[in-house]
Design a protein around this ligand. Structure first.
Ligand code: F6P
Length: 391
């Protein structure tokens, strides 16, 4: 109360549904002090509601609410919290840059023969260390490790499998451009205590959770547990991820594409036709001008699409016929496909739904077409039309 005198008329007007002109004849007239208290409490409740709705909720609170609503169990909630905590540590290391002594090559190569950066190795260690002893996992698999890593017997075990690309966009680390962590969570098959590679080979539709963290001007976590896609911003002072975009939606149409054009000469015929139609702009069959953006960190390119729409393509090409695409199915394409579909977008291999691909290897590659639904459908149609032509 602010101590100001209360007009009895206006006090009456706030009383339990009665109106000034027409206090209901049967209503019991309460003492003025009671009426004032009713108004005071009601205003307090309104004020509290306004303050609460203006303040973003934390990831912890969001996950607890999802658990109370029966959408996730406590183990999955805690697993996501552990991954998020590890990502905060990676964010700090990335943010220190040269001051942390973490830039440059590690002098080693990963299982795919790619040179590892120091931050690749460090991020992998951070995620491994944080998740090993949490008690929610049966095993882990990473871009940086040839085989799956079962949880050591010294630690309690859980029922989930975690796959991750610890630091996506490695070529951008040393040039201070956004990089990120991508992760996917599967259920460990019943009765399996020590999961090996084969137990991770489940199609994308089996994912129970997927997410990525992007270490850019701000650090963001984008997450789906199969009930929409939600974005959280790291409050660096508080050390908490705060929900800043609930239920992200990707526009169905777009005029922006993301592709590494330097590979054009290696593309197959339907890709050549699709991109050349985009480039013809308003005068061509598509009847509109397209813009192009390419960060070369999948997390950043996908995040732009979640922000304003677009199509991201990394097709198969003729550069190296032993590689059916550039991106890895299990810890890059599948989690991104899950996130994009949950935001109303689409994700295909250029021919069929990405999350239906039945995996055959932990590090297998796959062509990726994802983003604004209508545009992904168009690009996919170009491929299917090409396939139906007589040989
Ligand atoms: O492996 C992943 C990645 O760094 C992606 O983040 C990115 O989209 C792609 O490779 C870029 O590869 P390139 O520079 O060879 O086109």
């Amino acid at each position: 109360m602010d101590g100001r005198p209360v007009d009895p008329e206006s006090a009456w007007s706030g009383y339990a549904g009665a109106t000034r002109a027409d206090p209901s004849p049967g209503a019991v007239k309460r003492p003025r002090s009671v009426v004032v208290r009713v108004i005071y409490n009601r205003r307090l409740r309104e004020l509290r509601r306004d303050v609460m709705s203006a303040k973003p909720i934390s990831l912890t609170r969001f996950l607890i609410q999802e658990q109370h609503a029966g959408h996730i169990n406590a183990d999955l909630r805690l697993l996501i919290e552990v991954v998020a905590r590890a990502c905060k540590t990676i964010s700090t290391a990335v943010g220190k840059g040269a001051l942390g002594g973490v830039l440059g090559d590690a002098g080693t190569g990963n299982v795919q023969g790619e040179a590892q950066k120091k931050l690749d190795v460090l991020s992998n260690e951070i995620l491994l260390e944080a998740n090993e002893w949490g008690g929610h996992l049966a095993g882990l698999a990473s871009e940086e490790m040839e085989h799956a890593h079962p949880i050591p017997n010294a630690y309690p075990k859980g029922n989930y499998l975690l796959l991750f690309d610890p630091l996506d966009g490695s070529s951008n680390i040393d040039v201070n451009v956004a990089v990120g962590t991508i992760f996917s969570v599967l259920q460990c098959p019943d009765g399996v205590i020590e999961p090996t590679d084969e137990h991770f080979l489940q199609p994308g539709v089996a994912q129970v959770c997927a997410g990525y963290t992007i270490y850019g001007p701000s650090t963001l976590l984008v997450l789906t547990i199969g009930r929409g896609t939600h974005g959280f911003t790291l409050d660096r002072e508080q050390g908490s991820f705060m929900l800043t975009r609930r239920d992200i939606r990707i526009p169905a149409d777009t005029q922006e594409f993301a592709i590494n054009m330097s590979n054009q000469r290696h593309w197959h015929a339907p890709m050549q036709r699709y991109v050349s139609d985009l480039l013809e702009g308003k005068q061509g069959v598509r009847g509109k001008d397209f813009n192009m953006r390419w960060v070369a960190s999948m997390v950043a390119d996908v995040h732009r699409i979640l922000t304003r729409g677009g199509i991201f393509i990394y097709p198969a090409d003729r550069k190296d016929l032993s590689k059916p695409g550039r991106l890895r199915l299990m810890y890059e394409a599948n989690p991104m496909a899950f996130i994009v579909e949950q935001a109303g977008g689409a994700a295909t291999t250029g021919r069929s739904r990405l999350m239906d691909v039945v995996p055959t290897g932990l590090h297998q590659r796959v062509p990726v077409f994802l983003g604004s639904r209508h545009e992904v459908e168009t690009a996919t149609r170009y491929h299917l039309e090409h396939d139906s032509l007589p040989a």
